[in-house]
Design a protein around this ligand. Structure first.
Ligand SMILES: [Zn+2]
Length: 148
């Protein structure tokens, strides 16, 4: 069986487009069932940190800061949503991705301990724990990167 690696996060999938499909399936599950939806913020921020070509450098740093405020400082997700709107993080998409001449992706590489591929969606408890572990690992790895 062929195994495809997501070119951004390195996750293993059966299809070339598997990572995007997995993310979209996760969002669909979260929007349709509140038991899955309670980790929505973690899903979005972890995925964005691992797929930096969707963001500018500034947007990526803002995502890391938002996830840190939630996981490290205990800020509620509703406070953070207001912060996202004020910071205009979504408007950052499509900006140039450069950090001192190095592309953002070159700086980050594929060395992520967990990816969306590792999240088991078979029930909401497993799903919530999987997304939590993924987001915590993504934040810790992001904090260790030479990006500021
Ligand atoms: Zn990926």
């Amino acid at each position: 069986m062929m195994v495809f690696h997501c070119p951004e996060c390195g996750g293993h999938y059966r299809d070339e487009d598997g990572c995007r499909q997995k993310f979209e399936a996760m969002l669909a599950l979260e929007f349709s069932d509140p038991a899955f939806g309670r980790v929505h913020f973690l899903t979005v921020t972890a995925y964005m940190l691992q797929h930096p070509t969707r963001l500018s450098r500034r947007g990526w740093l803002a995502m890391r800061d938002l996830l840190s405020r939630h996981l490290r400082d205990g800020h509620g997700v509703e406070d953070i949503k207001v912060g996202i709107r004020r910071a205009g993080v979504s408007a950052a998409k499509g900006w140039k991705i450069k950090a001192d001449g190095t592309t953002f992706h070159e700086a980050i590489g594929l060395d992520w301990p967990l990816t969306a591929a590792d999240v088991d969606p078979s029930d909401s408890v497993r799903y919530g724990a999987g997304v939590q572990a993924w987001a915590e690992a993504a934040l810790a790895r992001s904090e260790a990167l030479p990006v500021s």
